[in-house]
Design a protein around this ligand. Structure first.
Ligand code: FES
Length: 319
């Protein structure tokens, strides 16, 4: 067991910045099973290194949270396991954490292999142990290595010791099919407007709400009158947090796992706001069907599957 906070693998990882990680991720993506490709991109957007470094380097956590206008649970070390719940590869998460720790423990001097090679090596070991193809565990292994870089080693080791409860048992084919987000929808009996399904938790039958044709996801979410605030106080009305519904606050950011083209194209205003909040780095163009959107700016024209991040803030703030 790693007993100190400094470790050769950890030191190696801390030399990597967001740009280097983005390059590695770009090369890994095509080797990841399609069911976890977008999930991997979403995870890396939800947990940017910039946030981790701001928190690590802070001498006054309250001031830092205030400066970055952070709200919700922005501590990755408190949600190592739940941050990967929406991955198909999460069913191998226990093995991935164990393999990363073993890799870190076995490294006694600087490795000649680069970051990409090491991630692929760890994933190959997990795949062998679990008798699955590498592509099913590669995305979640990249995520696990990034978590190892971001959180204290003790926090990662503690998470590795605990058991992980698999949330979703659907097959890759079932997940891909349900995320396709068929167009069309069904007409309400009265009023005649089409309705679409917005799934925010694929692991539960009741993990979805309805959206009327052309309704933005934030407004549609607010029509879901179930209690979500007891889980997350930012969820004042419906499962998607919201304050302004005008692109001003950044509370409603979401990851889009499937049905991207069933949402209205991201307009220039939304793209600018995603850069302003730091949800998409300024040197990365926001596509019209981006995997990161603002729910209040996204109108619904078919079924979609989304992931709701547990925090929001302003990481960039127009710098
Ligand atoms: S609710 Fe404020 S940006 Fe969408």
């Amino acid at each position: 067991m790693i007993a100190v906070e400094q470790n050769v693998f950890h030191s190696f990882l801390t030399k990597h910045d967001e740009k280097q990680w983005a390059e590695v991720l770009g090369r890994l993506l095509s080797s990841i099973h399609p069911v976890d490709q977008i999930a991997t991109k979403i995870w890396f957007s939800f947990w940017p290194l910039k946030l981790a470094r701001e928190l690590q380097e802070s001498t006054d956590a309250v001031q830092t949270a205030k400066r970055l206008q952070l709200d919700g649970n922005y501590r990755l070390d408190e949600q190592v396991d739940s941050s990967v719940d929406y991955f198909l590869g999460s069913r191998f998460w226990g093995g991935v954490k164990k393999a990363i720790l073993e890799h870190a423990e076995s490294m006694t001097r600087a490795a000649s292999a680069g970051l990409e090679e090491q991630i692929r090596g760890i994933a190959a070991k997990v795949a062998r142990d679990k008798s699955v193809e590498d592509r099913f565990v590669l995305g979640i292994t990249a995520v696990g290595v990034m978590i190892f870089q971001q959180v204290r080693i003790a926090a990662f080791a503690a998470a590795a010791q605990g058991s992980y409860q698999i949330k979703n048992h659907q097959s890759p084919e079932q997940l891909l099919k349900s995320r396709l987000g068929k167009e069309g929808g069904w007409r309400a009996m009265f009023g005649g407007k089409k309705k679409h399904r917005v799934t925010f938790d694929e692991s539960r039958q009741e993990g979805s709400f309805q959206a009327l044709e052309g309704q933005d996801l934030s407004m549609a979410s607010s029509c879901d009158k179930r209690d979500f605030q007891s889980q997350d106080r930012r969820r004042i009305a419906g499962p998607v947090p919201a304050e302004c519904r005008s692109g001003a606050c950044g509370y409603c950011w979401i990851g889009v796992l499937g049905g991207h083209e069933n949402l209205s194209d991201a307009a220039d205003f939304e793209k600018k706001r995603l850069h302003y909040f730091g949800y998409v780095p300024r040197d990365v163009a926001v596509g019209k069907h981006s995997h990161i959107r603002l729910a209040c700016q996204s109108k619904c024209y078919g079924d979609v599957t989304i992931v709701i991040p547990p925090w929001n803030g302003v990481l960039d703030g127009g710098k």
